[in-house]
Write a protein of this length. Structure first.
Lengths: 354, 354
């Protein structure tokens, strides 16, 4: 195929987690929230589904931008709306990294960062996390145009302390992106760093804590100069009218978000305990999923396959350091019990032994 | 601002048409449809605004993709969903044109193509349309990675015949993008060319003919190899659940679209006649807007300003060949009458004389 750029031809593309078409699945593979979104959000969408849809949306999503600024304690000029944090990640790569420029991430982490570097034709390097998923002392690469750190990290669920990230940003000549997709499930956040540092961008999404993965709502936070440059890169009318209505309503009901996050924290403790009871190693998670490592003779890959055959979806990654692991989304108590029942049975019957 | 790529720092960014915040405007500046969207679309959105929003959308928007394939007579593998055709244009530039690669458009046309080239760091050249907005004989630049031809063109509303575009595609080593944003208002379309030619992409949008600018619904059509490569570039879950529901419902009610398009054709004839009666030159439009050229002593810019002061928005472009023109969206009969009343008064009172 000669029409495409060389880097596009060479790349494989990102593979999202399975989204099964039929029903009856227990879906613990893509970190969706098991609890429904705020009824106020659904109401706001229905109200916005009117004849005004014939008109373009506000190019900046101003109502959502101002509400987000208010809720998160920054100026409206420090906020940017995107179709999920994915679109914001795309904008960031296009704005800051040209062909051949260096992009850095820790490893293992969200593999979309590498895909975005490939699309751009940028140079990509990853630096291994320590075994406990702390950042190695020599992680900072001052020459990187962009350094991505998801915090909490996926698939480990672990958190890098704010002080470490402040320190890291200070060592970089480029941009530090702190991807806080899962932060509502954590004990702390780094949003405040955008007020302190000119080279930090913090990303948030409504896909997990707001139970709105299907709406693709994301926000970026940074100093005004950074946001103004990103605006040049974004599609003119990137977010639609229903996005804006849903985002405003969602931000108006943070109680709903926090209530669900609390339930997920409790279920996470239960899931962690159950997995440990089955002999798995579980990293301490501050997210809505846990990473569990299984020891021989139990095979994580076989466990994944056998669970899928039972319509229970978890995530298995064929990557270094993860071959013996499963990433499991924290579901409802019922879902966790079904999962653990199936797992115990599989392990006991030796159906998942290497 | 040292963090951004040089080309991003150097560029100004695309300026969309004014989207006024308050009410009371007659809005004939951004080619929105004056008639409401299909009630079936609004109903479908309301139905989709349920607890399922907690889950990710289908990554390919399969339901919308299959429905579009059915309605437009191609295979589902030849269809790609995007947030408006804008997102598809962005994907196309990222997929086919690297830094320094050549992108060609006619001139004058939709200025977003140039903005996208700037963002990418691609080389951009435009080649003047003839005075009657036909393509010049030497338009084909075989070395261009992408050639964009909006058809009907904006801001002229004129159409390049299918045979000319087929011929053009055959002369190119790169991709020909035929941007059919306004095609439902025209007498013919070029979608069939994607079945004939491996290097043609045709774009459609729901922003104009479907009265859904606020939903950001676009579709790209091309041979499967092209679509498969573009999929690598798109954000994993680029379109949301409400997009998919609305697109399917909209495609199920083509009668609504065609009925409104017919009304707009009739109003366009009326508007054209009225403008000519006022002494303006109007290019023959096959779109939902017309380009009107005013002769001295009437100043198009002054006319634009005075109309805006009266809360009537039309589009004025400070570009070569357009300084004496206004692009006017075809509104309702009532809107046209209000516009023409104001225009006649302004011209008569010499309030808009240079």
């Amino acid at each position: 195929m000669t029409y495409f750029r060389k880097n596009i031809n060479a790349m494989g593309g990102y593979t999202p987690g399975k989204q099964p078409k039929g029903g009856g699945y227990i879906k613990l593979n893509t970190n969706e929230n098991p609890f429904p979104p705020s009824p106020k959000v659904l109401e706001a969408i229905k109200e916005a589904a009117d004849d005004e849809l014939r008109k373009y949306p506000d190019p900046m999503g101003t109502a959502a931008r101002e509400k987000a600024a208010d809720v998160f304690g920054v100026e409206p000029g420090m906020v940017l709306c995107g179709n999920g944090s994915d679109e914001l990640l795309t904008m960031i790569v296009r704005a800051f990294a040209g062909e051949g420029d260096l992009i850095i991430t820790p490893y293992p982490t969200y593999s979309l960062y590498e895909t975005l570097a490939e699309i751009q034709g940028a140079r990509f390097e990853s630096i291994d996390f320590e075994e406990d998923y702390s950042l190695p002392a020599d992680f900072a690469r001052p020459d990187a145009k962009i350094t991505f750190v998801p915090n909490p990290n996926s698939p480990s669920g672990t958190v890098v302390p704010k002080d470490v990230l402040r320190d890291l940003a200070g060592k970089l000549d480029g941009i530090l992106v702190i991807d806080e997709a899962y932060v509502e499930f954590a004990d702390s956040d780094c949003l405040g760093l955008v007020n302190e540092l000119p080279n930090v961008i913090v990303l948030r999404t409504f896909s997990k804590s707001f139970s709105l993965a299907g709406m693709r709502i994301g926000f970026g936070f940074a100093q005004k100069e950074i946001i103004d440059g990103l605006i040049k890169v974004k599609d003119s009318y990137n977010v639609n009218r229903l996005f804006i209505a849903a985002a405003v309503a969602g931000l108006d009901d943070m109680e709903h978000v926090r209530g669900n996050a609390q339930k997920i924290r409790e279920n996470r403790a239960h899931l962690t305990q159950q997995l440990r009871g089955l002999g798995a190693y579980v990293w301490p998670s501050q997210s809505n999923f846990v990473l569990a490592r299984f020891s021989p003779p139990v095979s994580a890959r076989r466990l994944f396959e056998e669970l899928e055959a039972r319509k229970i979806l978890v995530r298995y990654f064929k990557y270094r350091r993860l071959e013996d692991c499963l990433r499991i989304t924290v579901g409802t108590r019922q879902e966790i019990d079904a999962l653990m029942g199936a797992m115990a049975e599989l392990v006991e019957s030796k159906a998942v032994v290497v």
